[in-house]
Design a binder for this molecule. Structure first.
Ligand code: UDP
Ligand code: MG
Length: 331
């Protein structure tokens, strides 16, 4: 038996591409249904992220003419790509079996959906769409993206290399995702944290079908900084490390200043100035680092992330010995 698929497509000022995206998805859904990869009742959900152009009107029209295929969510204002995706996912989490998120601009290869679904039926709860090549990206975009992934790894965040937000998630994973209550959303870092069996599907990234990128350099940088600071308190730890180092250097410098003084080569007041500069510098950094450690803890606490996620609970009740049906646990 095939499952119900809901596709989530965030749209911000995408009037130029939406008709084409809708057309290709219509064809794709027809072929998926024919191959029995999706059940009747599967839908494409466009999330209008506070667009200023005709995007929402196009979505309304699509829903009016084909209510059995196209649905829409209209956000009250522009909330950003990540929040738009989350809004879609949280809206459908209880009515779908499986979801796929994809950009509206057709940069992600729509034909990877088939393979994603096959992997899902093989038992994967998460399937990451990973770019096999970045031929169409500019050198600058390629370079900044690569540096970003490297830096994230270095900072200790577990993200999938060259995977954007083209991703399949089962409804089970969506229900767990709902437990992550943080406001600074970085889905690429969160989904690996949830766990469950996952795999990758490779696809070639195309040129944007029409329109301009909605991610100018400024937004891209903000996204990168958000990603790092949402997932890592390493920068704070670096301060502690620097503080320790400075304290050590300060101890050495103090000894050195004393030696110079005893030998008698120092100017009047030189040793005391030297000692205080190094000592105070080291102490300040160390103190900042210690405060940083606590801020890191507070930061982790206020996010109220789930501390664990139960994948399965097998148990038999004492008297009857009835095992709890798997469906019950799966909610
Ligand atoms: N998007 C959104 N809200 C925003 C910015 C972008 O919903 O504030 C959507 C956009 O419509 C597209 C996806 O997010 O479907 C990715 O944006 P874009 O293609 O402009 O980014 P790029 O591929 O250039 O990184
Ligand atoms: Mg794009």
């Amino acid at each position: 038996m095939a499952d119900i698929l809901y596709m989530i497509i965030p749209c911000y000022n995408e009037e130029e591409v939406l008709p084409e995206t809708a057309k290709r998805l219509r064809e794709k859904f027809a072929s998926l249904a024919e191959r029995k990869l999706i059940a009747a009742g599967s839908r494409v959900v466009f999330v209008n992220d506070g667009s200023k152009d005709a995007t929402w009107r196009i979505i309304q029209e699509l829903h009016r003419t084909e209510p059995g295929l196209f649905s829409g969510i209209d956000l009250a204002h522009n909330s950003g790509h990540q929040n738009a995706v989350l809004a879609g996912l949280m809206t459908v989490k209880d009515i779908c079996d499986v979801s796929i998120t994809m950009d509206a601009d057709l940069q992600d290869d729509i034909n990877a959906i088939d393979e994603m679904l096959v992997k899902y039926y093989e038992g994967n709860h998460v399937v990451y769409g990973v770019r096999s090549a970045r031929k169409t990206d500019t050198f600058f975009k390629r370079f900044t993206a690569r540096s970003f992934y490297r830096f994230m790894k270095l900072m200790g965040a577990d993200i999938v290399y060259d995977h954007a937000d083209y991703r399949l998630m089962s409804s089970r994973v969506l229900k767990e995702l709902a437990g992550f209550r943080e406001v600074n959303l970085f889905l690429r870092g969160l989904v690996p944290l949830i766990g469950f069996q996952s795999c990758k599907v490779y696809y070639e990234r195309h040129e944007r079908f029409a329109g301009k990128s909605k991610y100018p350099l400024k937004k891209m940088l903000a996204f990168a900084v958000n990603g790092i600071t949402s997932f890592s308190t390493k920068p704070l730890k670096l301060i502690t490390g620097a503080g320790f180092l400075m304290s050590l250097i300060s101890a050495a410098a103090i000894i050195w200043a004393f030696v110079v003084k005893i030998i008698g080569h120092s100017e009047l007041g030189w040793s005391s100035t030297m000692c205080s500069i190094w000592f105070i510098g080291g102490m300040q950094l160390l103190a900042l680092g210690i405060i940083g450690e606590y801020i890191g803890k507070i930061y982790a606490e206020v996010k109220q992330r789930p501390r664990f996620i139960v994948a399965e609970f097998i148990n038999s009740s004492g008297e009857g010995g009835n095992s709890i049906a798997e469906k019950d646990i799966e909610r």
